[in-house]
Structures are given as C-alpha cells and as structure tokens.
Design a protein around this ligand. Structure first.
Ligand code: SAH
Length: 258
C-alpha cells in the first residue's frame, strides 16, 4: 500500500485525470486541502472512506496520519490542487514519508496555468512571437532566489505566468516595466479558473493594478503576461506554426515546395 499524491485539477471536478479519479474512488483514506480543492470531487470517494481536511494541520500531523494508515494496510489519496509539481509543497511530504519508509506515487493534474489559458482561449507559445513560457511567482513573504528575480526573467520577453501573486501586482508591474516591457503589453487575469464563479479580466501592464482592484481580485488568480495574450491575436493570420505549413517537411508529411 502507498500514498497517491493526486493532482485534483484547478476546480471543475471533471478536470481530474481518469487515473486520479479511479485512485480517489478506490482509496481508504482521502486527505484534501479544503480551502482549494472542490468538495464535489472529494464526495466521489467511496462510501466509508475516511475523509480528512488538512487546511488546519501541520506537515507532521498530516504525514503521521498518512504513514499510520499505510502501515495499517490502507490505501491513501492525498489530493492537491492543480498539478502537485508546481507550488504543491509536496517535497517536504515526500521527504518525511521516505524517512518513514512509506512508498508514494504522484499522479499529475491540470494546473491552473493551463485551465486559465483554456478559459482565455489562448496559446501561450505562439510561433514567431514567443516559444517560451516561464512559470514563476512574485516575491512576497516567500523569498525568490536572487538569480530568478522577475525583472531578469522578464528580460526574455516571453509569456510569463504568475502564481501566488495577486496581492503583489504593483511590484510585478514595476519589474516588467524595468525590464523594458511596454505599458500596453497585454495581461490577462483569471480568477478561480474553471469554477462556477470564474472571472476573466483582460488588461495591460499600465492598467493592471486598477483593473484588479476594481474587480476585487486578491487571491486564487493566475496572471498571464505577454503579447500571446493579445485579445486581438485571433484576428490576424500572421502567426502560423511550421507544423501544418504546406511547404514544411517533417516526419509525418512531405512538404510541397511553392
Ligand atoms: N498546484 C497548483 C498551484 C498551487 S499555488 C496548480 O498547479 O495550479 C496556488 C496558486 O495557484 C494561486 O495563488 C493561484 O495563483 C493559482 N491557482 C490555483 N487555482 C487556481 C484557479 N482555479 N484559478 C486561477 N488561479 C489558480
């Protein structure tokens, strides 16, 4: 028996993977973060499963329960919001589980960054515009290493996704401007992507702070910045990938020279 660390997806209970749902339904014990994971999903655990909320617990308490139940021969599902690999704080759990000789396995989930892109109808890597997506956060109470300061990352002028940064927009905007981004650069904010009360705010660097304030967005928001988020990008035929280009040869199709 082991602990399955499962990505629950961004909110919509249908956005968990088939494998994640199957394991959740088989589990004897389900631990979930009640502030972030949709309760509807947890209600799909099997009748009689022990369901435990973890929002008020310490790391040690949580690991103690997981280790204890596995040692009793029970199957444990630890459900995380989005994908567990980004800002999931799973490493510290894995370290303690390993120390106690408890096996674990990670099942990926749909991260809020991709649910947000879907809500916006955006491609984050647009041919000839940007081929890079940076996932990061603004520095607040949690420090960000010196070599990863936002103004340095922004110097790449690619698409940048900011987690955990809704209360730090003033600093975010300053860093982008300092890196040479124009004040008109599109920024899209998705509040509670895929939840029934999802909200989309399309803005620009220069108006971001006031637009977020006007919409009362202070948490549970994904900020996506860069020209890939241009709301008019679907009105142009300018950006095309090579993949479907009729002159481009690749492994599955021979190109036709014009
Ligand atoms: N592992 C999660 C991220 C956890 S950190 C994932 O892959 O999505 C929490 C941050 O994720 C929030 O501050 C917010 O920036 C973002 N987030 C989580 N759920 C979200 C949602 N439904 N809509 C928008 N942003 C969300």
């Amino acid at each position: 028996m082991k602990v399955y660390i499962i990505g629950a997806g961004p909110g919509d209970p249908d956005l968990i993977t088939v494998k994640g749902l199957r394991l959740l339904q088989e589990a004897d014990v389900v631990l979930w973060t009640d502030s972030l994971v949709n309760e509807e999903l947890v209600n799909r655990a099997r009748a009689g499963a022990e369901v435990i909320k973890t929002a008020g617990m310490t790391l040690e308490e949580m690991v103690e329960i997981m280790a204890d139940r596995v040692q009793q021969g029970k199957m444990v599902a630890r459900v995380h919001t989005g994908d567990p690999a980004v800002y999931g704080a799973i490493l510290e759990q894995m370290v303690l589980l390993k120390q106690r000789g408890v096996e674990y396995e990670i099942v990926p989930g749909v991260s809020s960054v991709f649910a947000s892109a879907a809500a916006l109808g955006a491609e984050l890597t647009v041919p000839d515009l940007t081929q890079t997506l940076i996932l990061t956060r603004a520095e607040g109470r949690t420090p960000v290493p010196e070599r990863e300061q936002l103004k340095d990352l922004a110097s790449h002028h690619c698409t940048i996704a900011l987690f955990l940064s809704a209360t730090l927009v003033k600093k975010v905007v300053d860093d982008f401007l300092e890196a040479g981004w124009s004040p008109e650069t599109p920024v899209a904010v998705v509040y509670r992507a895929s939840w029934p009360d999802q909200k989309i705010v399309r803005s620009t660097l220069e108006h971001l702070a006031e637009d977020m304030r006007a919409n009362g967005i202070r948490s549970q928001a994904m900020i996506l910045a860069g020209w890939a988020l241009d709301p008019h990008i679907t009105d142009t035929d300018q950006f095309r990938s090579k993949l479907y280009d009729k002159e481009f040869t690749h492994r599955f199709r021979r190109g036709i020279p014009s």
